[in-house]
Each structure stands twice: as structure tokens, then as C-alpha cells.
Design a binder for this molecule. Structure first.
Ligand SMILES: NC(=O)c1ccc[n+]([C@@H]2O[C@H](COP(=O)([O-])OP(=O)(O)OC[C@H]3O[C@@H](n4cnc5c(N)ncnc54)[C@H](OP(=O)(O)O)[C@@H]3O)[C@@H](O)[C@H]2O)c1
Length: 401
């Protein structure tokens, strides 16, 4: 079977992977964003270290990247010594960023709905009601840096109540450009007298936490939406390091939200799921068994090829596969690109004109959105491809114990 050991395409490989690359722990496909970002610094040229920032040439364009070396824990503690970091919302990002900030020895309070799922999780993580765990309003009142990590729909819903509490001199922090960029739709019009900054980790909050605990750091984007003190950028860099980032890439709120909405609907999630389904369905309709269709579509991709592409690049992948696979893959890549590019342009247009934002707000602010979402998840779980996948995964040696 193609999924046993190396895939067929690779069995004839004549190009050896660099040992260091093959032996390193390759990121899971679910962390593709972090993986892509993590892979970049290793391929850089023209590095000029200056106080923890690097001027790095990515392909033909030079960008500034900030790194955490310039911000040891003592410096972070000194920088934020007069601050209370009020972290509002304790979903994936709240959990990861909050625990990292607490471990950095900074003064953090968490604000969530009393007795909601997040409240219980925060208590389990050692946040103490009345000491560093409060309802949202109280936490915002206490905070000098208000970290809005509510769901994007909830940021919009709660804004009328929160805005008056974000008073002059405070800093407003986001991990997504969504709310302020699409303010005509979200109604999140930031106060004019506060710094507004962004740190957007390129991965799940769970990864933010795991990498920090391992002594590594996730890559994040940083941006400034509004700078009233002249210190907004420095604050964004310091916050980025404080929440557990290794490298910080500078962007704008608008570019962050456009690329993020576009990417997750495209190659990161929606597009890749669509490709999996289309390929699997054709194989099944042409008489292939579920295991063969799954192995040829998902298992070989996620278990072998995608991690290798993540570690070494597509050029390496072409060089490492059989001549037969290489010829066909190169030919068909341009067919797929030409056919898919109009769809990607349509997607970008819908992101840019706010259609995707409106759709997300409308859907996620419905009272019964969790039930509807659960119904959709059940439909996905019930798809033959993912039921076949469950059986295939159970046969992996590591799942045989
Ligand atoms: N998840 C990621 O991978 C990721 C990556 C980068 C950036 N971000 C950004 O980070 C931010 C937070 O995302 P997330 O995924 O961590 O969290 P999320 O799951 O989207 O949001 C969960 C939090 O919002 C709270 N919440 C929802 N509705 C509420 C309401 N009406 N009133 C008060 N609280 C409400 C929940 O509290 P209850 O438990 O009480 O419902 C929970 O604490 C977003 O801006 C997101 O775009 C996320």
C-alpha cells in the first residue's frame, strides 16, 4: 500500500534529505501556518543582526524581522512594571497567551463571562476568582493593556459596553485585525486616544503554549493601528515576545486580516478540504476502495509529502520523487493553478469587500450557532472519507499499542 513507509512516488527517490531536516521533529499539518513561518528563517540570506532585529531577504524583498533575544524576561518585567495586562476571553489564544504572560512574571488578569466554559477552564488553569480572574467589565476596568481575545463575533457584540472603559492612556491589543479593520460592519470604532496594537500568532493558541513550554517560540505578526504615545510599535514587539513569540514579522492590521481570512478559506483549510473531497470522490466513483482512495488522497499527503515540503520546499520534493511522479506533478500543477486562480481571486475580493466578515458575524452571532456548527461537524464526521480515515489512522503503528 502506498501509505506504508515511503509513498510510491518517493520510493525511487535519488535525492537524500539532509539528515538534520529529516531527523528534526516536523510540524503537524494542522500547524501549517506556523510551519511555513518557522521554515522561513532557515532559508534566509543577508542577515544583519541589530539589537534583536534582522533585515532578511525573503525571495527578492527585504523585510525587518524582530526576535526575542532583545527582550529577556527581566526587560519585559521592567517594561510592563506599571501595567496590568487584562486578557479578555479565554479561548485557544487566551489560554496560551495568558499562561505564557503569567509565566513571564507579568501582572495579568483574565476577564471572562462568569460561569461560562472559559471561566471553568481558567479556574482549572489556576486563575483565582477575585484575585486575577474577573468578569469582563471588571477586568477591562483594571487593565492598562486591554487584550481583546474574545471571539471576533463577541468583540463586536460587547463593544458598546467595553469601549467607555478603554480610557485615555490605555493600550488596546488584538490578535486579529478583524474588528477594527471592518469597523463599518463590526462597529468596533477604537477610541482616538489609545494605542492600538496587534500580535497575531501564526498558529493555534495551544501551539503558542506548547512551543513556549518547550523553550521555543511561535512566529507572530505584529502591527500598529494607532500610535498616540509614539511607543506603540515597541509595545507591540514587547507584547509579542511576552506572549511567547520567537520571531515577529511586521505587517498592517489590514494586511493581516486579509491574508488570514483568505488563507484559512484557501490552502490552509477550506481549499485543501475541497481538494481532498474532489479527489476522493472521483476515485470512489471510478471504483477504488475507500482505503485506497483515502491513502492516495490524505494519508500519503499528510504523513509523508506535506511534512517534507514543509521542511525542504517544493523544489526539493520534485527532485526527491520518481521521474514519473515529477513529470506528471509539474504538468498538472500549472493546470490546477490556472483553474484555481480565478476562484482565489473571487475569494480575495469577498474578503476585501467585507462579504466574508459579514458572513462570519451573521453566522457566529446567532444564538443557536453552536448547535448549528455541531450539526455541520457531524455531517463532516459522517463523510465516508473521514470515516475511512479513522480506520486508516487506527492502523498506524503508533496507534496499534
Ligand atoms: N484560534 C486561533 O488559532 C487564532 C489564531 C490567531 C489569532 N486568533 C484570534 O484571537 C482571538 C481569540 O480567538 P480564540 O480562537 O482564542 O477564541 P474564540 O474561541 O474565538 O473565543 C472564545 C472566547 O470568547 C468568549 N465569548 C464568546 N461569546 C461571548 C460573549 N457574547 N460575551 C463574552 N464572551 C464571549 C468565550 O467565552 P465563553 O467560554 O464564556 O463562551 C471565550 O472565552 C480572535 O480575534 C481570533 O481571530 C485566533
Amino acid at each position: 500500500m502506498a501509505s506504508r513507509g515511503l509513498p510510491r512516488a518517493l520510493r525511487c527517490a535519488r535525492v537524500a534529505a539532509p539528515r538534520s531536516v529529516l531527523s528534526s521533529a516536523l510540524p503537524r499539518p494542522a500547524l501549517a501556518k506556523a510551519a511555513a513561518a518557522a521554515a522561513v528563517p532557515r532559508m534566509t540570506i543577508n542577515q544583519q543582526p541589530i539589537r534583536g532585529l534582522k533585515s532578511i531577504t525573503f525571495a527578492d524583498s527585504t523585510e525587518t524581522v524582530y526576535e526575542r533575544e532583545d527582550w529577556p524576561r527581566e526587560k519585559l518585567q521592567e517594561f510592563f512594571k506599571n501595567d496590568t495586562l487584562a486578557l479578555i476571553g479565554y479561548g485557544s489564544q487566551g489560554h496560551g497567551q495568558g499562561l505564557n504572560l503569567r509565566d513571564q512574571g507579568l501582572n495579568v488578569v483574565v476577564g471572562v463571562r462568569k460561569d461560562g466554559a472559559s471561566w471553568k477552564e481558567a479556574v482549572q488553569d489556576g486563575w483565582v476568582p477575585g484575585k486575577n480572574l474577573f468578569d469582563v467589565d471588571t477586568a477591562v476596568e483594571k487593565g492598562t493593556v486591554v487584550m481583546n481575545l474574545l471571539s471576533d463575533a463577541a468583540q463586536s457584540e460587547t463593544w458598546p459596553a467595553l469601549k467607555p472603559k478603554i480610557t485615555k492612556g490605555k493600550t488596546l491589543y488584538f490578535s486579529h485585525g478583524f474588528s477594527p479593520v471592518f469597523k463599518d460592519l463590526t462597529k468596533v470604532d477604537v477610541p482616538e486616544d489609545v494605542d492600538v496594537i496587534l500580535v497575531a500568532p501564526k498558529g493555534s493558541g495551544r501551539t503558542v503554549r506548547t512551543l513556549f513550554r518547550e523553550g521555543r517560540g511561535i512566529n507572530s505578526s505584529i502591527a500598529v493601528f494607532q500610535d498616540v504615545t509614539g511607543q506603540a510599535k515597541e509595545k507591540a514587539i514587547a507584547m509579542g515576545v511576552a506572549v511567547g513569540s520567537g520571531y515577529l514579522y511586521e505587517t498592517t492590521f489590514q494586511k493581516e486580516v486579509y491574508s488570514d481570512l483568505y488563507g484559512e478559506r484557501g490552502c490552509l483549510m477550506g481549499g485543501i478540504h475541497g481538494m481532498f473531497l474532489a479527489q476522493y470522490e472521483v476515485l470512489r466513483e471510478r471504483g477504488h476502495s475507500p482505503s485506497e482512495a483515502f491513502n492516495e488522497t490524505v494519508e500519503e499527503a499528510t504523513q509523508s509529502l506535506y511534512p517534507l515540503i514543509g521542511g525542504n520546499g517544493m523544489d526539493w520534493m520534485y527532485a526527491a520523487c520518481s521521474t514519473t511522479a515529477r513529470r506528471g506533478a509539474i504538468d498538472w500543477s500549472s493546470r490546477f493553478r490556472d483553474n484555481l486562480k480565478p476562484l482565489f481571486n473571487e475569494l480575495y475580493d469577498r474578503v476585501q469587500d467585507g462579504t466574508e466578515t459579514q458572513r462570519s458575524l451573521d453566522y457566529n452571532s446567532q444564538k443557536d450557532y453552536r448547535e448549528k456548527y455541531e450539526k455541520e461537524m457531524q455531517e463532516i464526521r459522517d463523510l465516508e472519507i473521514w470515516r475511512a480515515g479513522k480506520a486508516v489512522r487506527s492502523l498506524r503503528p503508533e496507534n496499534q499499542k
